[in-house]
Design a binder for this molecule. Structure first.
Ligand code: NDP
Length: 310
């Protein structure tokens, strides 16, 4: 049987993915038709980006799976019209990009780079930074992205801790898990990196209480999702100096409104959701491998647990 594959993403991505997917699926020996338009009841797989506008999957009666181009699937996970397996994106290129972004911002804080880049005031005040081994960085979320960032920071000799829902064993990383161990994870965290998904259980993971557990002057880096942080609590903690600085890549409302206090707060760096992105060359391989698996009757990779929400 020929697998009909609907590519449902921003139109400018189609000329990029079409040749890559054609090559990978042909090499994998899959019989397929790939396009941006099919009768819904003829579609076997949807390659999906949430910003494509497709919301109602009910007419897609022969669908075998929805394969997300995005790692964050919070906008589709509760869609009741979607009753088939949903796979999220785990992509080597996306992971590498996130690792680079996280390591860069951790090093910026660790080395105190801002002071010398932004203040050239003629004052000679030698105050060298400590070694990485004397700096504790906590990664909240030890999934595809968090684990890679934790390993990279550990390779640089940082004292790395991490927190997840289930137990982990990652060489060089002190791992905590479960709600009641968040306190233990945060109390030593001079720098906290949020790489949790946006679910009801993770909303406001950083709030007035948890921010107060961190060492005074701690730094926050959030490339995860906006709702992970109680914004008012963070602004208050920045104003008292409990939190020294925050670098925020993701927000409850994106684009971040021009009037939002984050834009003007002296101790906040806003970046416009650029920490990482799905890279076509590697992600097309991931998508095509899942289609091959579906056609061969093998289990899909990277399935979302709809109950857990990620
Ligand atoms: P994964 O699903 O692989 O990992 C999620 C991690 O969070 C897991 O370790 C999981 O624990 C943990 N977690 C989930 N719920 C809880 C909870 N209630 N308490 C404690 N830990 C929890 O996701 P990825 O690593 O692939 O991606 C993480 C997020 O990064 C995405 O959801 C997305 O929001 C964001 N992202 C941001 C990008 C950007 O450019 N800013 C780009 C790509 C992704 P366990 O391992 O036990 O399941």
């Amino acid at each position: 049987m020929t697998a009909n594959i609907l590519f449902s993403a921003r139109p400018e991505l189609w000329p990029v993915y079409q040749p890559l997917m054609t090559q990978y699926l042909t090499n994998a020996g899959v019989a397929f038709q790939l396009g941006t338009k099919f009768e819904p009841d003829q579609v076997d797989y949807v390659v999906y980006a949430p910003n494509s506008g497709l919301r109602d999957f009910a007419p897609y009666t022969r669908l075998k799976a929805v394969l997300s181009l995005w790692a964050g699937i919070e906008s589709i996970v509760e869609n009741d019209t979607l009753t088939v397996p949903l796979a999220r994106m785990v992509d080597h290129g996306l992971t590498q990009g996130m690792t680079e972004w996280v390591v860069g911002h951790v090093l910026r804080y660790h080395l105190g780079m801002d002071r010398h880049i932004t203040v050239q005031d003629g004052v000679w005040a030698p105050d060298p930074p400590p070694l990485a081994s004397d700096r504790t960085v906590c990664i909240l979320g030890l999934g595809a992205l968090g684990e890679a960032a934790a390993r990279a920071l550990s390779a640089l000799n940082f004292n790395v801790t991490g927190w997840s829902r289930s137990a982990k064993a990652i060489p060089g990383v002190t791992c905590f898990h479960g709600e009641d161990r968040l306190r233990a994870a945060l109390t030593q965290a001079e720098i906290a990196v949020l790489l949790l998904p946006d679910t009801p259980a993770t909303e406001n993971t950083l709030n007035a209480e948890t921010l107060s557990l961190m060492p005074k002057g701690a730094h926050i880096i959030n490339p995860g999702r906006g709702p992970l942080i109680d914004d008012q609590a963070l602004l208050a903690a920045l104003d008292t100096g409990q939190i020294g600085h925050a670098t925020l890549d993701v927000f409850r409302v994106e684009p971040l409104p021009a009037s939002h206090p984050y834009w003007t707060h002296p101790n906040v760096t806003v970046t416009p959701h650029i920490a990482s992105e799905t890279r076509p060359v590697t992600s097309a391989q991931v998508i095509c491998e899942n289609i091959r698996r579906g056609e061969a009757g093998e289990p899909f990779l990277h399935l979302v647990d709809r109950e857990m929400g990620y």
